[in-house]
Design a protein around this ligand. Structure first.
Ligand code: FES
Length: 369
């Protein structure tokens, strides 16, 4: 792995990234007004013209511990025959099919100029939903995997190339550094004025510390044990008008920043969050699983997926944000309130539903499960 390889001094080939207020994120978008733009995975302006479902066989060629607490590892994959891999740009992620059949998404954190390797990093979350533990336990050097992508739902819009901002400020929380790393390398390589605040529980827990600190005083590292929980002023230190803020980390941190940016004229915000969005405008739904006849009550503030998982813990899902399609289910009866960003008109007409975000216009759905 080459973590110091320079980013070529040219702008990215695509610079899209406008946000959209959809129902799933209306609460957050309501605070956006005209100067705050969200580019989370669930609120892009338009559904992508084409979903890239290509499956790419890879093999793990390097595995490294990236945090002193040993809970973060980076993984480097190449094609088994060494061929060049599809290109990607900062902010992109891969869907990785794990040996168990789970599909999980991880941001690419390596060098976009390296066409022969993909690097990701994964924090082990013992109480999580199993994907990170499986990565840590099962993926050894030599393990074959299949990935889909890369896809980019958190694109980096360079000042002067699609963004009216003059400078960029990055905020990363813990493992949220992964999509930010290629961005800061690109910004630095292109001479963009940038700064960064990197936060975490302690220096032992935050990954890629030496790599980030190699950028010198552009980067401020704040840890909870040394500095306390950061407030908006600490996270947005030095941010003024004409600044784009790129943020990736825990939902709480993202919300603190969004609340502050709302009152900062001339500041744009782009973010990627770790968890499912809150249910907005939800109503209770009664869901019947057609093949078993089982009936589930979905409360107004829960997703259909959450209740289906209680009854069918092995039901497939991944992003929980309505963009990966893993949870797609055919609806046999009921009017679907589509809240995803990816299903085509044909899929919707056929009755397909992404149950992690979409709901029901009435109060009853019958699923082909
Ligand atoms: S889990 Fe990804 S679209 Fe539902």
């Amino acid at each position: 792995m080459n973590v110091t390889r320079p980013v070529p001094a040219q702008p990215p080939l695509d610079l899209f990234g406008k946000g959209r207020a959809d129902r799933a994120t209306r609460v957050l978008d309501a605070i956006a007004e005209t100067r705050l733009r969200w580019t989370t995975l669930v609120n892009r302006k338009e559904p992508p013209a084409r979903v890239d479902d290509r499956r790419i066989p890879l093999v793990l060629v390097e595995r490294r511990v990236e945090a002193h607490d040993t809970d973060v590892i980076s993984l480097l994959f190449t094609a088994p025959d060494g061929r060049a891999l599809p290109e990607w740009r900062p902010g992109a992620h891969l869907d990785i099919e794990l040996p168990s059949g789970r599909v999980r998404q991880y941001s690419l954190c390596g060098d976009p100029a390296d066409r022969h390797a993909y690097r990701i990093a994964v924090r082990r979350i013992p109480d999580g939903l199993g994907g990170s533990v499986e990565v840590h336990q099962s993926l050894k050097v030599g393990t074959p995997v299949v990935v889909r992508g890369p896809r980019n739902a958190f694109p980096f819009v360079l000042p002067g190339h699609g963004s009216s901002a003059a400078r960029v400020h990055f905020v990363a929380g813990g493992i949220g550094i992964t999509p930010i790393l290629p961005m800061i390398r690109m910004a630095d390589g292109l001479g963009v004025e940038w700064s960064m605040v990197y936060v975490g529980r302690s220096r032992d827990t935050i990954p890629f510390l030496s790599e980030v600190e190699s950028f010198g005083d552009r980067v401020t590292v704040r840890t909870d044990d040394e500095h306390g929980i950061p407030d908006a002023a600490a996270l947005l230190s030095g941010v003024g008008p004409d600044t784009s803020v790129y943020c990736c980390g825990p939902v709480v941190m993202t919300k603190v920043i969004a609340d502050a940016v709302r009152d900062m004229p001339g500041v744009e915000m782009y973010s990627e969050r770790f968890s499912a969005p809150p249910v907005v405008d939800g109503k209770p739904i009664r869901v019947t699983l057609a093949r078993s006849g089982e009936t589930l009550d979905v409360p107004a503030d829960k997703s259909v997926l959450e209740e289906v998982l209680k009854a069918r813990p092995d039901s497939p899902y991944s992003c929980r944000q309505g963009f990966c399609r893993t949870c797609k289910v055919r609806v046999l009866t009921g009017d679907i309130d589509h809240r995803d960003t990816v299903l085509t008109a044909d899929e919707r007409a056929a009755g397909d539903m992404l149950i992690c975000v979409s709901r029901c216009d009435g109060d009853r759905l019958v699923l082909d499960l």
